[in-house]
Structure formats: structure tokens, C-alpha cells
Ligand binder design. Structure first.
Ligand SMILES: *Cc1c(COP(=O)(O)O)cnc(C)c1O
Length: 298
């Protein structure tokens, strides 16, 4: 499975809502980049893996929750590129591994469970030094791939889109993907960001961090929609789940309730409310992430 589909496909979808609002909607299918390392997780790993090898490391360590798409993608990439991987997982060890953690251990990732209190200060030297004593030297990727290399990979999405558009939309956890999109906007293109966490006003700042001096005016084209978190990270409602099922039945595109379900729900809510001027061309970025919710649509 060393086959990456890049550039990822883009396709137009139509339904009664897009037709009624008079908008054109395209989906950029980053979920189809790779059968395992899907979506923005490959975008964020790519230059980290390059950098890791360039600097002579043979081990990558990173952090995540027990269903983390990032940890899952990293483990498979480690197997593919012959790198030792260590996953530091938030919280206590479970006697029975969930499907995500079962996969990653099968691919050779070493797991280390960190109590939540320590996990909160995981980026501090005192914690990292301790991890180095346990595992030896390693190349560190911050949780969610929130670093310069992760950002750099996400700046490549915009220019793969071969059509002109007015809006590009994405879900946000750390905002790394959104930052890459923001930095690569052309002209009057606008970015709509749908944070999946409650109280995610930090997203704006996280995006700003990666915009170089001279590029910061692009923040004017970035608009965060804070009302589609459905109660917070990994929280969902029946309404959200019903939306995801209906969307799958209509378009045959799988979504999940943690990220892309919230993005598309929010986007369709805006479409229904005539947020977009008639004639608008909208691109929604499907960031993948289906592994954490296996069986959701079956
Ligand atoms: C990790 C993830 C995101 C969040 O990306 P950020 O760059 O951290 O904002 C969005 N969608 C999916 C499917 C993800 O797995």
C-alpha cells in the first residue's frame, strides 16, 4: 500500500440545497490520498518525515488521544518508511486496545500511556527529557502535526485545485490545515473554518502564527464559524448523525461525526440560510479521518 493519489480528486456534488441556493459545490477528496494515511494527516506528516530523515533520526515520537487519526497515520507511515514510531497516548492504558490502537501496534508503533495531568505539560522539557530517557533520542512531532513542517504540507492543497472558486471550507482541530489554506489563498478567495472544539477561539491565533510577515493581511479572508461544534470535541447529536447518514445516501461520500460531519453540516446550514451569494463556487475539503469511526455508517 505504497500508493498515494496526489493530487487528490475533486468532484462536484449537487442536490436540492445547492440547486435552491444557486451555488456550485465541489469536494476536494483528500480522504482518498491513501487507503490508510488519509487526508490532512499525510499533508502534515510529509515534510516531517523528510526533515526527520534529513537530520538522521530513525525514530519519531508524537502525541494523541486513543482514537487519534494523527497517531494512526504516523504508525502506518513509520512502517512504510522504515522509521521507528512511538505514540504517547493521553490517559490510562486500556486492557483491551481499541481498533485504532490495535492497528498501530500491529504496524510496530510502541505505545506509552501518559496520565492526563502530565499530558497537559507534554511539550515541556521536563516531560520530553523523561521520554528521551525511556526511548532514546527521537524526532518530535507535536500533537496533531502542529508545526512548521505540518503547515508547509497544508500549503500545497490550494494549488492542486484546478478550478477557480470563491470559498474554501475546512474543519479545524489545531488549525494547521486551515493555516496552510489561508497562506495559499489567491486574490479574493475566502476561507471558512469550522472548529470542532468548543471555545476554539484560539484557532484564529493558531492560523495567524503560520502566516509570514507580509502574508498576514490574508487573515481578512479567513472566517471562523464557531457554532458547529455540537458540544465539543467528539461530541455529537442525533441530528448530526442523521445528517451524515443522509449525506452518504445522497452522495456516497462517507463523513464522520468528529470532523468532516461537522464541516458539512455547518456548510449545508449556511447554504440553506443563503449565506452564499448566488453563483458562488464553494470547495469543501474532505480531510479524511474515517478510521476513528469505523462501522459508523454500516
Ligand atoms: C486531524 C483532523 C482535522 C484537524 O486538522 P487540523 O490541521 O489539526 O486543524 C480535520 N479533519 C480530520 C478528518 C482530521 O483527522
Amino acid at each position: 500500500m505504497n500508493h498515494f493519489v496526489l493530487p487528490s480528486p475533486i468532484l462536484e456534488i449537487k442536490d436540492k440545497f445547492t440547486l435552491h441556493a444557486g451555488v456550485q459545490l465541489y469536494v476536494k477528496r483528500d480522504d482518498l490520498i491513501h487507503p490508510v494515511i488519509s487526508g490532512n494527516k499525510w499533508r502534515k506528516l510529509k515534510y516531517n518525515i523528510d526533515n526527520c530523515r534529513k537530520n538522521g533520526y530513525d525514530t519519531i515520537l508524537s502525541f494523541g488521544g486513543s482514537y487519534s487519526n494523527h497517531i494512526h497515520a504516523l504508525a502506518y507511515a513509520g512502517k512504510l518508511f522504515n522509521l521507528r514510531t512511538i505514540g504517547v497516548i493521553r490517559g490510562e492504558e486500556h486492557k483491551i486496545l481499541n481498533p485504532t490502537l490495535k492497528d498501530v501496534t500491529e504496524w510496530g508503533m510502541e505505545l506509552y500511556f501518559m496520565d492526563r495531568k502530565t499530558y497537559r505539560i507534554k511539550d515541556k522539557d521536563i516531560v520530553l527529557d523523561d521520554l528521551k530517557k525511556k526511548f532514546g533520542n527521537f524526532y518530535l512531532i507535536p500533537e496533531g502535526g502542529f508545526n512548521k513542517e505540518g503547515f508547509a504540507g497544508c500549503t500545497e492543497i490550494r494549488d492542486e485545485i484546478g478550478i477557480s472558486f470563491d470559498y474554501i471550507c475546512c474543519a479545524a482541530g489545531t488549525g494547521t490545515t486551515a493555516a496552510g489554506l489561508a497562506a495559499s489563498l489567491h486574490g479574493r478567495e475566502k476561507l471558512l473554518v469550522f472548529p470542532v472544539l468548543k471555545g476554539a477561539e484560539f484557532i484564529q491565533a493558531n492560523i495567524h502564527v503560520w502566516l509570514k510577515t507580509g502574508n498576514q493581511h490574508k487573515m481578512e479572508h479567513v472566517h471562523c464559524l464557531y457554532d458547529y461544534h455540537f458540544g465539543g470535541y467528539a461530541k455529537a447529536t442525533q441530528e448530526l448523525n442523521d445528517f451524515i447518514k443522509a449525506f452518504y445516501n445522497t452522495h456516497n461520500i462517507p463523513l464522520e461525526p468528529v470532523y468532516t460531519g461537522k464541516l458539512f453540516y455547518g456548510l449545508y446550514d449556511l447554504i440553506k440560510k443563503n449565506f452564499f451569494p448566488k453563483g458562488s463556487i464553494i470547495v469543501a475539503l474532505h480531510t479524511g479521518g474515517l478510521q476513528g469511526q469505523r462501522g459508523f455508517l454500516s
